[in-house]
Design a protein around this ligand. Structure first.
Ligand code: ZN
Length: 421
């Protein structure tokens, strides 16, 4: 048995990040990589070691566990959720976390790749942690704070609640998902089995941020069917699909409508993948906006750009495929205002001012919300994610645990007042 009682959130985090759990967007299996289960199984063992007896991993790699209610009131069941996988964008093999105690505010040169320099100038949030402890990777890999900080925070909260039965709370579900980073985190999730009324993902950035709004997202694939001919005898016949794909990309707006030229509440389209041969080619786009209705507008605009290019090539056929990816969770959360309101109350009790920022991306929470489990996103402290410069401050993780301890109590207290879900 692991003596799991004594770990701090930081000790948990330092252990979890050393386990390689990178997911793979090219894989068709589920979970996309088997190695994610190594962490999932470890988490189950640790949950069991503190007495959470129903903890288990299902066939798909989801971890489920229950902390029973210790209150007489009828309280909605809330779930804390985070993902075990790390982003495919950056290596997650042999992560060597470095704990920088009493961070001085000077540049941190990562030892395994001295070109990787973390500086206050580029990352001003570092300033708030001068004199305190921060954690970085060593230069060759990401750190994996996204989302092992969330995992560590939930594990530490669970442990704390078990050790402190005087803290009253309703039934709490714990959920760890695989494959969030490849957009498949909820694909095989059995929500009925989870039996939760509301959920919170622990997958956000700076202390105090509370995210209840995400992009709405579609994928759009353009299939270009060129005209093939033997290249030796192709004069006036051949139309090369690859060249048309190039023209389409060149025709995209250069000063707006793209991720590199938009911020805040602006939407965009973004080519993410292209493949093909002379005869046919495909370009995959992602389409993003906070207003779901705008997606169609953006898709029409893209179609018009393509039509303009094609007007010169009457024999070329193009078809479009649009796939819904996820939707802005605010559409659902606005129907259950207590979920965000109670979180705000918990932040305040932990001494934090709430910063509501729309996420220019999606989380498992957006999908969960639309699957029937309203689910805003709580900070963990993670910074510069998906990169070798990823870092996190110890006190932010500790603050997040504090927020969760307050949050379960807010739900218990308010369940007197008619807020029973
Ligand atoms: Zn994440």
């Amino acid at each position: 048995m692991i003596d799991n009682y004594k770990f701090t959130v930081t000790e948990r985090f330092l252990r979890y990040v050393q386990i390689d759990t990178q997911s793979d967007p090219q894989s068709n299996s589920f979970p996309s990589t088997e190695k994610q289960k190594v962490l999932s199984n470890l988490l189950v063992n640790e949950l069991k070691a503190v007495g959470i007896t129903d903890a288990h991993v299902d066939a798909f790699g989801y971890v489920f566990a229950t902390i029973p209610s210790n209150s007489n009131k009828k309280i909605p069941t809330i779930c804390f959720c985070s993902h075990v996988d790390t982003a495919p964008d950056c290596s997650g093999t042999n992560v060597k976390p470095l704990l920088h105690k009493h961070y001085s505010g000077e540049d941190i040169i990562l030892p395994d790749d001295v070109t990787q320099i973390l500086s206050v100038k580029n990352y001003p949030y570092l300033k708030e942690h001068i004199g305190a402890s921060i954690i970085t990777a060593s230069g060759n890999t990401l750190l994996g704070a996204d989302d092992k900080s969330g995992v560590a925070i939930i594990m530490d909260t669970a442990n704390y609640l078990i050790q402190h039965p005087e803290i009253k709370h309703g039934k709490i579900k714990i959920l760890f998902t695989p494959d969030e980073e490849v957009g498949r985190g909820t694909e095989k999730l059995d929500l009925k089995k989870l039996e939760a009324d509301y959920a919170y993902t622990l997958d956000g950035g700076e202390a105090g941020t509370l995210e209840d709004e995400t992009f709405s997202a579609d994928g759009m694939i353009i299939h270009i069917h060129g005209v093939s001919a033997h290249p030796g005898y192709a004069k006036d016949k051949l139309v090369n699909a690859l060249k048309i794909a190039g023209e389409i990309l060149a025709a995209l707006p250069k000063h707006e409508f793209s991720p590199e030229t938009t911020s805040h509440r602006e939407g965009f389209i973004h080519p993410v993948r292209m493949e093909g041969i002379a005869e046919k080619a495909t370009i995959e786009f992602i389409v993003r906006d906070f207003v779901t209705a705008n997606l169609e507008m953006h898709e029409t605009r893209l179609k018009n750009i393509v039509s303009e290019v094609l007007s010169k090539y009457p024999n070329v056929i193009v078809d479009f495929e649009v796939k819904e990816q996820y939707r802005n969770m605010k559409e659902i959360l606005d129907q259950h205002p207590q979920v965000v309101a109670f979180a705000e109350e918990a932040y305040n009790r932990a001494g934090l001012n709430v910063v509501n920022e729309p996420i220019r991306g999606g989380t498992d929470g957006s999908k969960l919300s639309f699957m029937g489990l309203p689910c805003p996103n709580i900070f963990t402290g993670m910074q510069v994610i998906h990169s070798k410069l990823e870092w996190i401050a110890v006190k932010d993780m500790e603050k997040s645990v504090e927020v969760l301890i307050h949050l379960v109590q807010v739900w218990e207290e308010k369940s007197n007042n008619g807020y029973t879900g």
